[in-house]
Write a protein that binds this ligand. Structure first.
Ligand SMILES: [Zn+2]
Length: 264
């Protein structure tokens, strides 16, 4: 085999490896690489958990198909044609395509992360990346909410005792952003409150935790892999909103969240 020194050769084969479709020589080569490469091993774990989740929850996971299509469509936009991968996508069964998209997200993250880090501070870029990963993971694994409720008076107390802070849970349904629920999440070794809102078919994850600085910072929006990510801080809390919603509507949402936070 002529494995090149990039990780892509291995990443391209992870789906087939999981499905036992590689010949023995290639399977051995992939196994050996996974044992020695932290990066590919992490992608493999993500892919494996996605595949297992699809196997267990195939009907409930139908909704994220739109997300998968966005991701697969997004792969074709950057000018980095990788024929083998595209061929795999075309012939993949549905869960394979979905699982593959997860690994491609990881690869594109590597490619895009370099550019993103050059233009913003490393910690901000890395945090944005982690927030985006949390958003995608919540949709992939069918673990969007731990508490399902449209009522702020149910969601807010639910966090009590689970976190050492109490997140503001504004009610924005009259503005067209109904509350879906909340969950605990862990981002960058930190427990965060995830508030889930909805705009039509678009899910908005709001990840919030106590800010290191007391400064109030207005929302800053950026696009990563086709997702909008907004970051602001208010009242000693940092907020990250992540969605596939368009930038204008997400900006409106952030403004409403901030106003509600100031008003409470
Ligand atoms: Zn590797």
């Amino acid at each position: 085999m002529q494995a090149d020194d990039t990780h892509e050769w291995y990443l391209d084969r992870l789906s087939a490896y999981i499905d036992g479709e590689l010949d023995a020589a290639e399977a051995l080569e992939v196994a050996a690489h996974l044992a020695s490469c932290e990066q590919c091993s992490a992608d493999y774990s993500l892919l494996l958990s996605t595949v297992e989740s699809m196997r267990q929850h195939l009907p409930p996971l139908k909704a994220p198909n739109a997300l998968r299509q966005r991701i697969v469509a997004g792969i074709r936009e950057p000018s980095q044609p990788i024929p083998a991968r595209e061929r795999t996508i075309r012939t993949a069964r549905s869960y394979r395509a979905w699982a593959l998209a997860a690994s491609v997200v990881a690869m594109i993250g590597v490619a895009y992360g370099i550019g993103a880090r050059a233009s913003s501070s490393p910690s901000a870029g890395e945090t944005a990346e982690a927030m985006l990963t949390a958003h995608v993971r919540s949709l992939q694994l069918g673990h969007l909410t731990d508490v399902v409720s449209t009522d702020q008076h149910t969601v807010k107390p639910w966090f009590t005792g689970k976190l050492d802070f109490s997140p503001a849970v504004p009610r924005l349904e009259s503005e067209g952003f109904p509350l879906v629920g909340g969950r605990l999440d862990y981002v960058g070794h930190r427990a965060v409150a995830a508030l889930v809102y909805q705009r039509r078919a678009h899910i908005i994850n709001v990840l919030t935790y106590p800010s290191e600085s007391a400064a109030n910072v207005p929302p800053h929006l950026e696009t990563r892999r086709g997702f909008q990510i907004a970051n602001w801080s208010a009242g000693g809390m940092a907020y990250w909103a992540v969605s596939d919603l368009n930038a204008d509507e997400l900006r409106t949402f952030c403004t409403l969240m901030r106003e509600a936070d100031v008003a409470r």
